[in-house]
Design a protein around this ligand. Structure first.
Ligand code: CAA
Length: 396
């Protein structure tokens, strides 16, 4: 599918910056939009690992199509994690068939990395929720029919401030705002969403209980971040393939540049990094599917490593193409442009480091038995003290 349908159209939609509906139709026909959705809700019954395998393959051909697909998982995970059975049937079934697309509305102008600082509000009024505010960086916005939107429902609560509410295209007071002009992933729209007294029925509150939105947003990101990492692995693998083929064809000094050791070293380093990233993504995806306690850390590790790796590998691929690589006539510069966003969205790599470090520190409680081997500076019997005593009176 990636080679037959996506690759031939990648440059066209990058240039046009338009949603590739023909690719969406082909993916829907192949049943791929149900990959991560349980069979009882019309999906294929796969998990995060299956999602990652598909995203990697699509991204090898076009990073924009990789996210165009993966972002539907990001949008539907809040429903899967916290929706009622009725909500799951209503929203997941058309998503699984590829009939409806979904987007995820968390970030706002004042609340990017500081996601819990969001200010869009939802107030109960009779049988409805009334939403006011705006969302920023909503990938798939405008193309999507369904939106998982996070809003403040209890401004006075610290831990139960935010709830997730479904907003549908056409709801009164809901408008799609400015579409961004982007460096990469140009075939998928990234827009602002505006809610101006937007009224939705009360049963759109996910799970029917307010206050759990932030937790569910974080749990969603845990399961979606390996998908971004898979997009990065796909981009890096695709760039490596192009660079390898180019190196065997391009002749300089009377020989294919692939015969030069400096190029061989670059290709070998790129290949080892891609494979390391891929294995980490699979391990993180399996951790998510198994629901192990370390899944938050694993997801962040995979996103951090794979996306930094993709930036490096795609940049090296451009280097192997030389001056030609810098030109839009060649497919390789797009890989570098598409890779950059993977270090930024679904939590910057600075946020991933924060998540990893917080979890390492939390887990260190299980390593108490190591304390006995670590002399602390303020401990009366440190090795240092012993060494000093030994120096003062040798052999004593
Ligand atoms: N799973 C479950 N619960 C979690 C959790 C997790 N992974 N992480 C945090 N929580 C819970 C905590 O236990 C805590 O609960 P209590 O209040 O009951 O104790 C609560 O959530 C608050 O947690 P923190 O104190 O850790 O929250 P924080 O304000 O310090 O934020 C953060 C932590 C990691 C920085 C978080 O805000 C974050 O991940 N920021 C990045 C947001 C992000 O990724 N945005 C991207 C949006 S999607 C996008 O890019 C656009 C697109 O369309 C592709």
């Amino acid at each position: 599918m990636a080679d037959r349908v996506v690759r031939p159209l990648a440059a066209k939609y990058d240039r046009l910056q338009e949603y590739p509906w023909e690719i969406r139709d082909a993916l829907a026909e192949a049943g791929l939009f149900g990959t991560w959705i349980p069979k009882e809700f019309g999906g294929g019954g796969g998990g995060v690992l299956d999602l990652c395998l598909v995203v990697e393959e699509l991204s090898r051909a076009c990073g924009g199509v990789g996210v165009l697909f993966a972002v539907n998982a990001l949008g539907s995970f809040p429903i899967l994690l916290s929706g009622t059975d009725e909500q799951k049937h209503k929203y997941l079934e058309p998503i699984a068939k590829g009939e409806k697309l979904i987007a995820f509305g968390l970030s706002e102008r004042p609340a990017g990395s500081d996601a819990s600082g969001l200010i869009t509000s939802a107030v109960e009024d009779g049988d409805e929720w009334v939403l006011n505010g705006s969302k920023k960086w909503t990938t798939n916005g405008g193309a999507a029919d369904i939106y998982s939107v996070f809003a403040v429902t209890d401004p006075n609560s610290r831990s139960r401030r935010i709830s997730a509410i479904i907003v549908e295209k056409g709801d009164p007071g809901f408008e799609i705002g400015r579409a961004e002009d982007k460096m990469g992933i140009r075939c998928v729209p990234v827009v602002e969403l505006h809610f101006d007294g937007c009224r939705v029925p009360k049963d759109r509150l996910l799970g029917g209980r307010p206050g759990l939105g932030f937790k569910h947003a974080m749990m969603t990101l845990d399961r979606a971040r390996p998908g971004v990492a898979a997009q990065a692995v796909g981009l890096a693998a695709g760039a490596l393939e192009y660079a390898t083929v180019y190196a065997t064809q391009r002749k300089q000094f009377g020989a294919a540049i692939s015969s030069f050791q400096m190029i061989q070293q670059m290709l070998a380093d790129m290949a080892s990094r891609v494979e390391a990233g891929r294995q980490l993504v699979h391990a993180a995806a399996r951790a998510c599917d198994a629901g192990v306690p370390q899944l938050t850390k694993m997801a962040a590790l995979s996103k951090l490593f794979a996306t930094d790796m993709a930036m490096q590998v795609t940049t090296d691929a451009v280097q192997i193409f030389g001056g030609y690589g810098y030109m839009k006539d060649y497919p390789i510069e797009k890989f570098m442009r598409d890779a950059k966003i993977t270090q930024i969205y679904e939590g910057t790599n600075q946020v991933q480091r924060l998540v990893i470090a917080r979890n390492l520190i939390k887990e260190s409680g299980k390593l108490d038995h190591l304390s006995a081997f670590i002399p602390l500076p303020d401990h009366p019997n440190t090795l240092d003290d012993q060494a000093r005593a030994e120096r003062a009176s040798p052999g004593a």
